[in-house]
Design a protein around this ligand. Structure first.
Ligand code: NAD
Ligand code: IPM
Ligand code: MN
Length: 352
């Protein structure tokens, strides 16, 4: 059985996943790895960004680690064949509805953020993004040409009670093991799905989690508070689209988008999907300068959440911290190391 299925994908995806391989060879040489083409790479080879065989391989592995997908090469491709559609199909096919995106400021990077040190130092904030519903998947969605000329495009935001409740439950459970505080972000002031979101979270809290501190926050205010005073947050649960946007903002608090990993989890025991939150970064792809830490930390999350190896996860986390403390920095963090040198710095720290 495959422990970890690697899906390097496109752009910087293969560059950062190569560093995960390097780290895994030292940290967990007994791990059974497999690898498949995914995204644009799979489209070029098979005409599909996610083949049925790859989805089956993902569902039967213990965990899946994806690099990144997409890029200018595939912008003209039909929407359902685009690399990003492959990623959405993978998330839906694996039913990984709760996406944990930890914005954690490593002490050595407190000066690397574009925000002031005192705003980000000691930050440890977890966004729980709903990942298999909402406007990413709602029907109808289409673009049509109007008889009067011009076009009309429709996307639909849909949430059910069950979808909201299961992701909110993940957030409350996580908070109990942290600082016991959940912010639920939506737009209940303008959206019916936001109203339902608030109602379901409130009910669940009252029924089962009244020991956890709950605050509702409108998503636009949440964006502002994330850059104003992020340390007020412990866990923030939000929908698919708001979670996508708010987590990119939160990533910058950690120093760089290249630092933020994620874990997408489904029902207990089912394989998790691990991915850096950044994309394929076409502007730097092929130059060997991408920061591999988000991918390496996604591997750390896979060891912890799917592979029952929290001992190895702890070692890897400490090695990342140590590498950063030794001054290892790719250009996004203000340094000059290559992707491979950053991976080497983690390996050196592991071996020390
Ligand atoms: P992006 O995340 O790829 O890049 C945004 C900026 O951050 C760029 O300047 C990039 O150079 C920088 N950056 C990202 N990751 C970095 C890293 N590891 N090290 C250093 N710098 C890094 O977002 P984008 O440019 O909006 O999207 C590019 C493509 O990636 C699009 O096709 C998009 O759909 C896709 N995308 C994929 C994923 C994913 O696979 N999970 C996530 C986001 C975007
Ligand atoms: C992310 C990405 C994806 C998303 C895209 C590539 C489908 O931006 O993982 O954050 O929007 O979910
Ligand atoms: Mn995103």
């Amino acid at each position: 059985m495959t422990d970890l299925l690697l899906l390097p994908g496109d752009g910087i995806g293969p560059e950062v996943i190569a560093e995960v391989r390097k780290v895994a060879a030292v940290l967990a040489p007994d791990l059974a790895l497999d690898e498949r083409p995914f995204g644009g790479k799979s489209y070029d080879l098979h005409g599909e960004p996610l083949t049925a065989e790859t989805l089956e391989a993902a569902k039967s592995a213990k965990a899946v680690l994806m690099g990144a997908v997409g890029g200018p090469k595939w912008t003209g491709v039909a929407r359902d064949k685009r690399p990003e559609a492959g990623l959405l199909g993978l998330r839906a096919g694996m039913n990984v509805f709760a996406n944990l995106r930890p914005a954690l400021c490593f002490q050595p990077l407190a000066d690397a953020s574009s925000l002031k040190r005192e705003v980000v130092e000691g930050l440890d904030f977890m966004i729980v993004r709903e990942l298999t519903g909402g406007i990413y998947f709602g029907e109808p969605r289409f673009i049509e040409t109007l008889p009067s000329g011009g076009k009309r495009a429709v996307d639909t935001q849909v949430y059910t009670t069950a979808e909201i409740e299961r992701v909110a439950r993940v957030a409350f459970e996580l908070a109990r093991g942290r600082r016991n505080k959940v912010h639920s972000a939506e737009k209940s002031n303008v959206m019916d799905s936001g109203l339902l979101w608030r109602e379901v979270v409130t009910d669940l809290h009252k029924r089962e989690y009244s020991d956890v501190q709950l605050e509702h926050i409108l998503a636009d205010n949440a964006a502002m508070q994330i850059v104003k005073n992020p340390k007020q947050f412990d866990v923030m649960v939000t929908d698919n689209l708001f979670g996508d946007i708010l987590s990119d903002a939160a990533a910058q608090l950690t120093g760089s988008l290249g630092m933020l990993p994620s874990a997408a989890l489904g029902e207990p025991g089912a394989p998790g999907l691990y991915e850096p939150i950044h994309g394929s970064a076409p502007d730097i792809a092929g130059k060997g300068v991408a920061n591999p830490m988000a991918a390496i930390l996604s591997f750390e999350m896979a060891l912890r959440w799917s592979l029952s190896r929290s001992d190895l996860a702890d070692r890897l986390f400490a090695a990342v911290d140590k590498a950063l403390a030794s001054g290892a920095r790719t250009p996004d963090l203000g340094g000059a190391l290559t992707t491979a040198q950053m991976g080497d710095a983690v390996v050196t720290a592991l071996q020390a």
